[in-house]
Design a protein around this ligand. Structure first.
Ligand SMILES: Cc1ncc(COP(=O)(O)O)c(C=O)c1O
Length: 315
């Protein structure tokens, strides 16, 4: 497989000029990973790259993964596996669904992903070792990628974002789900950079989840907690929780697009960007160079625009 299956050079660094911040010496940049590819966008190629290489180098017959009916991860996996010519199975939450239930599932199926629909009960076992081992017996020599691509190799891929940043960054903001992207950024960051994470989930214990993921790399509790001292977690910007959003957030997305031609999605990136704009009010950010990592997710906007009868991205 070609390591450069998707061209990350498309992910430019966009400077955002907000006079109110510029006058305080704050320089704000966005790493536009959403531009990598329409389907394998944002953190998706970062998380999938080494997993797909593993399938090839380990001589696996294919891979299987999990996702909900509108999963960004499922679609990205179907698209990347199609390009890498890797057979792929997607286990979907909801036995009542089929490949024509929505555009995401239809596209996954058209890309060659074999979709298997599970009851919510069975789907609930997606992280149980015994359940995964049974699937590995049933689908012989298939490689397992967890929901969201949040495994060790996913985190290795996310560390690579730093290779493409030549500026010295004081503070980096990112949206959080499984924590794989934020942990990857944390492991690869320069020593004096602070990582600011914004969970999209309500009541999520980001610290505990990050701690356990960091231990895959660092082994010792002490090293993981030392590294977590460079992290600030903002738990109050979930806008109701995962998959939820408010009219205020939708208006914010419209305004940011109008001002800066920066598309954000209401599930992850708009929440994190909104949090960053609020937090940058603090004087401790004066004269700082700040980076926002755009983790993609824009493809959900079409569905959200239809549902709310609005346009998010107009000039
Ligand atoms: C658009 C978008 N942003 C952010 C995240 C959160 O990333 P992670 O699950 O690695 O924390 C996700 C989930 O993968 C996502 O789809």
């Amino acid at each position: 497989m070609n390591e450069q299956l998707f061209d990350t050079s498309l992910s430019v660094l966009q400077q955002i000029k907000i006079p109110h911040f510029t006058s305080r010496g704050i320089q704000l940049f966005v790493k536009r990973d959403d531009l990598i590819h329409t389907e394998v966008s944002g953190n998706k190629w970062r998380k999938l790259k080494y997993n797909l290489l593993q399938v090839e180098q380990g001589n696996f017959a294919g891979l299987f993964t999990f996702g909900g009916a509108y999963s960004n991860h499922l679609l990205a996996t179907a698209s990347a596996a199609n390009k890498a010519d890797v057979p792929v199975i997607g286990f979907v939450r909801g036995e009542e669904l089929n490949e024509n239930s929505n555009t995401t599932l239809k596209r996954c199926s058209d890309l060659g992903m074999k979709l298997i629909f599970l009851s919510r009960e069975e789907y609930g076992m997606r992280n149980d070792k015994q359940y995964i081992d049974e699937l590995k017996l049933e689908f012989t020599n298939y490689y397992f990628v967890p929901e969201g691509g949040g495994n060790y190799l996913g985190m290795v891929g996310c560390q690579e974002i730093w290779k493409e940043i030549t500026l010295q960054i004081d503070d980096v903001f990112v949206a959080q789900g499984t924590t794989a992207t934020s942990c990857g950024l944390l492991l690869g960051k320069p020593v004096n950079t602070t990582l600011h994470v914004v969970p999209a989930l309500k009541g999520f214990d980001a610290y505990a989840e990050m701690f356990s993921k960091l231990k895959w790399f660092l082994f010792q509790d002490e090293l993981a907690s030392d590294l977590l001292e460079d992290v600030k977690i903002y738990t109050d910007y979930h806008f109701g929780g995962y998959g939820k959003y408010t009219n205020e957030l939708l208006t914010f997305i419209q305004e940011i697009y109008k001002e800066h031609q920066l598309p954000l999605d209401p599930i992850y990136t708009a929440k994190a960007f909104y949090a960053m704009i609020q937090e940058l009010e603090d004087v401790s950010f004066n004269k700082k160079t700040v980076l926002f990592v755009h983790t993609g997710g824009i493809q959900v906007c079409e569905e959200i625009e239809k549902k709310n009868k609005i346009k998010l991205f107009t000039n």
